[in-house]
Design a protein around this ligand. Structure first.
Ligand SMILES: Nc1ncnc2c1ncn2[C@@H]1O[C@H](COP(=O)(O)OP(=O)(O)OP(=O)(O)O)[C@@H](O)[C@H]1O
Ligand SMILES: [Mg+2]
Length: 253
């Protein structure tokens, strides 16, 4: 057993409504410093909305989010980024006409207090993160020439270049084949190994089992289950709500 980790992010009864629908409905959990946690759940369960609440893109309708002991509820996204919370987006929108290196440097220029401010330093930092995510050889290419997996790598590189202490990843493996998923897994492990706490949304269970210490299952905006991935994925309620019978059968010896 590893030693218990100090709490870095605390969600208490977090609620976000769109019209009459609670997309996130009373969500409570803690993320420990240095942890790597997966959020899973059916389409429309509220996963992206939850990330939007943490990163300040959406205001809470109820509850509180605390970062290193202080409430960040209601802060603007750039303030939250400066505090050390970085994220990727489910729909990747890089600056297409710019190079890979320039895109990564933007993250460095507009990131946390730890990120570099001067262009020269920003490019140095961009080179470091491109190496980390395996894009160094493509640094000089225009983004428009990149394949889908490389665009996802770049999205992670841009977020890592902001020097976050907590990285929020929204389905960075979606649309990748098995080999590409393995490479992306290595990338996430490499980022986590630099000391970054990771909270990732993923539909690919191999990813959750492969890298996460803990999994949180959302269903209709609520936490249906949380715990060790292997245990959570065997939970009858999780199988019924999300994984379905096919997955359950495959897991039988
Ligand atoms: N800006 C918005 N305005 C209105 N409704 C929204 C908005 N964003 C999300 N919703 C609704 O909130 C619910 C949760 O959506 P969300 O995108 O958070 O789900 P998700 O778990 O990320 O799904 P997916 O796995 O498909 O990405 C859905 O019913 C969705 O239609
Ligand atoms: Mg989503």
């Amino acid at each position: 057993m590893s030693a218990p980790l100090a709490s870095q992010l605390e969600l208490r009864d977090v609620t976000k409504r769109f019209g009459g629908v609670a997309a996130v409905d009373g969500v409570t959990f803690d993320i420990a410093k240095g942890d790597i946690v997966g959020i899973i759940g059916p389409n429309g369960a509220g996963k992206t909305t939850l990330l939007n609440c943490i990163s300040g893109l959406q205001r809470l309708d109820g509850g509180d989010i605390r970062w290193q002991g202080d409430s960040i509820s209601g802060l603007a996204p750039h303030r939250i980024a400066k505090l050390g919370i970085g994220r990727t987006f489910q729909i990747v929108r890089p600056f297409g006409s710019m190079t890979v290196r320039e895109n990564a440097a933007i993250g460095a220029l507009f990131g946390s207090a730890e990120a570099r401010r001067r262009p020269k330093e920003a490019f140095e930092q961009a080179d470091e993160v491109l190496e980390l995510v395996g894009l160094k050889a493509k640094a000089g290419l225009a983004v428009s020439t990149l394949t889908i997996p490389d665009r996802k790598r770049l999205e992670v590189a841009r977020a890592v270049a902001t020097k976050p202490q907590l990285l929020l990843l929204d389905e960075v493996m979606a649309g990748l084949n098995n080999v590409e998923i393995d490479e992306a897994l290595d990338m996430v492990r490499a980022v986590h190994a630099t000391g970054v706490t990771v909270l990732l949304i993923e539909h690919v269970m191999r990813v959750i089992v492969g890298v996460c210490r803990r999994a949180i299952v959302l269903d209709f905006g609520q936490v249906l289950a949380q715990g060790e991935p292997e245990v959570v994925l065997r939970d009858e309620r999780v199988i019924q709500a999300y994984l379905g019978e096919r997955y359950a059968k495959r897991r039988q010896p």
